[in-house]
Design a protein around this ligand. Structure first.
Ligand code: SF4
Ligand code: SF4
Length: 374
């Protein structure tokens, strides 16, 4: 099987309803899958709760029913937020087999190991459980995705050498950031001899919409290359990275990504230097480093559209000084007709407990409310 380094993340699929990600546009997704496979790519990554719990169902329709099993590689995950008992692990796993329609998963992950979730995974004996799934032939390779610091990662990999790969958040903005510490985590995984699958290479779209200065710099260097290509190539250029996942949500993105990843060229020294400059510029402009993963949304009792609000807030702060007027305020007002307002947050903390970026969401929502609702 071909081992091109780009994986199709099935978490931001095209939707028939902007406010409901579970309404996946299956026909458009089928075309995207066909193009992806035609261009020689094989890796697909889904999870229990992606696209409002509908990504795995869509995977069956767009991929599993339409391609022989040996033409693709499928990954999915068990998330600590949805298991209360040991029985729940099997209920979810069996339902995942049912939803996707496969008889085994090529890659299966414990989803988002961090200081809090590891207590659940330990309490419910998930480390033995996932190994057992492999022993039964229901999973080919076991691993975990990870959103915490290098010390805990080192401890998990030391205690659990049975894991075969690690999925890490790596992008050029987080590479040396104090919060995410991508570089240190990558180095820990490499030290343990575990290949890395990269998630969030474009940081939830942040690195697709870079400040004008950065865009100009990238375009002057290579006019034909898209802005996100710099981010994906950064991640793919790391020797110990076996796959870079991109959550592609339309055909244009897919054509662009697959275009330069078909015959992948690692970054050269001049390109690295431009990226380091870009990091300095971007860091001076982003206010809320939210990746838009939406893990925080489903549990919010006030139905607050947290990542949408943060995205509007970031965009507004980037534009506001120069243009005097921006459309973000109108988008915000429209969204609050369907979702709770930022000011309606009751501070329950549910969102902060599940945020992989450990963002102080409650505090940021107060800023959003002050900004858009005053
Ligand atoms: S703290 Fe606020 S935003 Fe977070 S889940 Fe509770 S109500 Fe929703
Ligand atoms: S606030 Fe955190 S959990 Fe919510 S979308 Fe942003 S990064 Fe994801």
């Amino acid at each position: 099987m071909n081992t091109k380094k780009l994986g199709f993340g099935l978490m931001r699929l095209p939707s028939l309803d902007d406010n409901d990600p579970s309404q996946i546009d299956l026909e458009e997704t089928k075309k995207m899958v066909d193009t992806f496979i035609e261009r020689g790519f094989t890796y697909f990554d889904t999870a229990w709760m992606y696209c409002g719990f509908n990504s795995e169902n869509a995977t069956k329709e767009v991929l599993v029913k339409r391609y022989p099993r040996d033409q693709y590689t499928l990954a999915t995950k068990l998330h600590s937020g949805f298991i209360q008992t040991k029985e729940d692990r099997d209920l979810i796993f069996n339902e995942q087999l049912n939803k996707t329609g496969v008889e085994y998963f090529d890659y299966y992950l414990l989803h988002d190991i961090n200081t809090h979730s590891i207590e659940v995974y330990n309490k419910l004996d998930c480390f033995h459980w996932i190994q057992e799934k492999k022993n039964q032939g229901l999973v080919k390779k076991i691993g975990f995705s990870y959103h915490d610091g290098p010390e805990l990662l080192d401890k998990v990999l030391t205690e659990h050498p049975e894991f075969e790969f690690v999925q890490l958040q790596i992008n050029y903005l987080d590479w040396d950031s104090a919060g995410v510490q991508s570089r240190q985590c990558y180095e820990v995984a490499t030290k343990h001899g575990k290949p890395v699958i990269v998630m969030e290479p474009v940081k939830g779209g942040t690195l697709a919409k870079v400040p004008e200065d950065v865009e100009k710099m990238f375009k002057e260097c290579a006019l034909e290359m898209s802005i996100p290509s710099w981010a994906i190539r950064f991640a793919a250029s790391l020797d110990n990275v076996m796959m870079v996942l991109s959550g592609m949500s339309d055909m244009d993105q897919l054509l662009d990504n697959t275009g330069y990843m078909m015959n992948f060229e690692p970054l050269n020294e001049k390109e690295y230097q431009l990226i380091y400059k870009a990091v300095d510029i971007i860091n001076s402009t982003i206010t809320v480093p939210c990746t838009g993963c939406a893990y925080c949304v489903d549990g919010c009792p006030m139905r607050i559209a947290i990542p949408k609000y943060f995205s509007l807030y970031n965009a507004d702060l980037q534009e506001i000084e120069e243009k005097g007027w921006t459309p973000q305020g109108e988008y915000y007002a429209n969204l609050t007709k369907t979702f709770g307002k930022a000011s309606e947050c009751i501070g329950c903390g549910q969102c902060e407990r599940v945020c992989p970026q450990h963002l102080p969401i409650i505090e940021y929502l107060q800023d959003v409310a002050n900004h858009f609702e005053k």
